[in-house]
Write a protein that binds this ligand. Structure first.
Ligand SMILES: Cc1cc2nc3c(=O)[nH]c(=O)nc-3n(C[C@H](O)[C@H](O)[C@H](O)COP(=O)(O)OP(=O)(O)OC[C@H]3O[C@@H](n4cnc5c(N)ncnc54)[C@H](O)[C@@H]3O)c2cc1C
Length: 378
């Protein structure tokens, strides 16, 4: 039997938060193991999202989330500028019917946060019969594909990080001041064991499945199978529109890919699970996915039928009838949210120390530009 490998830290989950934590620890001189269940890093929520570099506009019902978005934006923008599309016009609109906000409230909110907005009364693409108020804002989008390439390479080049892909934790125990973790990999039949005095759980939708393996309490989450539709328009590319606030929709450039990402509060989310670990009926029909070890929705034969037609019908209402759209493809993943934010729609990033000596930190990510919150761990 081979001896256990020992590390200063073990990070579970190779999305942007886990990768950033591992890079941060390595820069601090910690020998770090990064464990990722899929064959490749950066394939789940960090890849399948609307790529909005949040500046606060999106959260008129959660000042805390709006503040956190704005707080990290400058740093994230400076360090990711090669992956950010700065060149498009970004509009926010208030729906004339059934919005949870209105023009006066939105303006007060932007003024309070000190984020720029300019009321626009005319635009050749938009249909003002459905829009109470339209605002030109300053909001950019990051390119998940370029970021994935950058972060995959960054961990590969960092000698202090050992990356284990196609690997997941099966069991863990505290032995004196260390965690002893049993890791299963598809590359070999028998498990191997690693040890460290610090474990970070950055598995997002699998947060509670991993917490349980360490005998630690769950975070109160809800989960949704979510779809981001990708499309193009022959009539515009460098423009985005988000309609506030409630069951509305958003279309904007998907980074620098030339595609537009489309989401809708009503149709992006296909199935909902209020259990601590996500449980969807599709999981019962495949062998590679379960509430405790989720598979990859994008590669799954049981992924939901696309809602792109409904999403498109919805967003079209805010554009003039002659504006054309062409559907390209959809991406699916599990989106998880804190149950506490059900009403205000906030998306804080939680960095929780659930145990000291050996230490266990749980990172539950709200927005991508809040990756710096993991620096609180070390
Ligand atoms: C539909 C949607 C739209 C969004 N839109 C935006 C947006 O516009 N802007 C924004 O800033 N944020 C957005 N978000 C939120 C953002 O995408 C997430 O907060 C962020 O990507 C989470 O990163 P992560 O690294 O924690 O999770 P992930 O990227 O999901 O990474 C978690 C990793 O853990 C791995 N894992 C899971 N279980 C195990 C295990 N047992 N062992 C080992 N590895 C495991 C997974 O395979 C995965 O690679 C959106 C999210 C979704 C789903």
């Amino acid at each position: 039997m081979s001896a256990d490998s020992t590390f200063d830290a073990i990070v579970i989950g190779g999305g942007i938060f886990g990768i950033y934590a591992a890079l941060h620890f390595a820069r601090k001189g910690l020998h770090t193991a990064l464990i990722e269940k899929e064959p490749q890093l950066f394939t789940k929520a960090s890849m399948v999202n609307q790529a909005r570099l949040h500046g606060g506009y999106h959260y008129p019902r959660s000042i805390a989330t709006a503040r956190m978005s704005d707080e990290h934006k400058a740093r994230f923008t400076a360090t990711h500028k090669d992956f950010i599309n700065f060149s498009f016009e970004k509009y926010y609109a208030i729906d004339r019917y059934g919005s949870l906000t209105d023009a006066a409230q939105f303006e007060r909110f932007c003024a309070y946060l000190n984020i720029p907005y300019r009321r626009v009364h005319r635009h050749e693409l938009f249909h003002f019969d459905r829009i109470e108020a339209l605002y030109a804002t300053v909001e950019h989008s990051f390119d998940p594909i370029l970021m994935a390439r950058y972060y995959r390479q960054a961990v590969q080049e960092q000698k202090a990080i050992e990356v284990y892909t196609s690997s997941h934790i099966r069991a863990a125990e505290a032995v004196a001041q260390e965690w002893r973790v049993e890791v299963h990999t598809t590359r070999q039949a028998s498990p191997f064991y690693i040890r460290a005095p610090l474990v970070v759980n950055a598995t997002y939708s699998a947060t509670n499945a991993v917490n349980r393996l360490f005998d630690l309490p769950p975070v109160e989450l809800m989960h949704e199978i979510s779809e981001i539709a990708l499309l193009t328009s022959p009539d515009f590319s460098e423009l985005g529109l988000t309609v506030m606030d409630g069951p509305f929709a958003s279309i904007m450039p998907y980074g620098k890919t030339g595609l537009l990402s489309l989401s809708s509060v009503a149709y992006t989310h296909h199935k909902v699970s209020y259990e601590p670990v996500p449980h969807f009926d599709c999981m019962d029909r495949v062998a590679h996915c379960s509430p405790w070890l989720q598979g990859q929705c994008n590669a799954c034969s049981q992924q939901p039928r696309s809602h792109y037609r409904k999403m498109l019908a919805q967003i079209r209402q805010y554009f003039r009838p002659q504006v054309r759209f062409r559907y390209y493809h959809s991406l699916f993943t599990i989106k998880s949210k804190l149950q506490a934010n059900f009403i205000d729609d906030g998306r804080p990033t939680e960095v929780l120390c659930l145990r000291e000596q050996p230490a266990f930190w749980c990172v539950f990510a709200g927005k991508i530009n809040s990756i710096y919150e993991v620096e609180r761990i070390v």
